[in-house]
Design a protein. Sequence first.
Length: 192
Amino acid sequence: MFVKKLIKWYLVLKVISGVLLIPIELDAEVISISFSERKLFIFKNEQRVEMKSYDIAVPKGNYYQLPLTGKLTEIQINPFWKPTESTKADYLEKKKVELPNIVSPGHLKNAMGKVKFIFNFDQPIKYPIRLHGTNDESSIGKRASRGCIRMKNNEGLEMAGILLDLAAEDIAKIRGFKRFDMKGKDIRITVW
């Protein structure tokens, strides 16, 4: 109850003042994503200290009603990519590339890159938003995606290591697909 009230006040203050307040939950991290700055921040809630920040690529259009809040539910290392029908049609039209229904990990056409973060948002959204690596790191810092948020592969692996309490080198050693269930942790996300 307290967290929901705090998030509500955060949203009100964000709209009124443009000030970013971080919801407080003991011993939990918050991933805060700023579309306007094209930056991702990881905060340690208890101390409200920025742990790390990364440059990201954001959607080209306004696909979502911002701000959004939610929780990290899963991290996938070397993920498969299941492009939507509209993504496959877009690739065919613009890039003259025919995508299969499933693109395997490590494949040059796999737009997920080396890591994918899956969220459960508190608000209903029409299409899922994923935070993931990329097969086009030149897009970082730009409005470039069809809805997801992209980051550099090595930085995504580093962030996965931080959130899983593992060394980035250990995460990078995972060759095949590996899924980490985050339901035991309370890592919140704010997208604004």
